[in-house]
Write a protein that binds this ligand. Sequence first.
Ligand SMILES: [Ca+2]
Length: 207
Amino acid sequence: MKTIVPVAKERLLAVLLAVLLVALLGCGGCEEPKNAGKPKVRIRQHTDDSEGTIRVEAENHTGDLEAPMTVEEETDENGRTCKFIRVEGGKGKPGYKHPVTGQVYPARYGAAIYEIDVKKAGKYRFWGRKFWEDGCGNSFTLVVNGHSAIFGEDGTYGHWEWITIVGPPYELPVGKVKLEILNREDGVKLDKFILTTDMDLVPQGSE
Ligand SMILES: [Ca+2]
């Protein structure tokens, strides 16, 4: 055993080096992805432009995705793919009872968690691009730094639209801010959201 083990280690090392070499050569001539070889970053796809506007794709949650919240995608008539978070209609509302089975859903039942890196302290307004199925599925609960608010409860159904939250903006410090989007009513989708210090900003389309 004393002689076999070192030989096995050497062979293993040689195989690993060969695999690494093939992998490196295999990239030759191809456009290398920007993050190739780097570990996944926890905060991604959101750009804090340091001018006080932070854009986040909702599907790029950096913390847990708690069922029945899911990430899904659709392709529009122009062939563009849109990814979003969703609580499918019929999955149930937190704290409510299933009308047929009598099952009581937990008080916390579906969530997407984000860690936002704020570079500029200030008052931030939240905008979200949402899709509601109907009046029974037209809101999320939004929790920013522990402050809870209702996002939605408006009367526009069946298409994507930006809306904000009624009430004062969030006072955010520099550093990491925890943001949670919680199931409040099933039958809802959220494509992306913006936190901005620009109180005149009104997001349009799929920006
Ligand atoms: Ca999206």
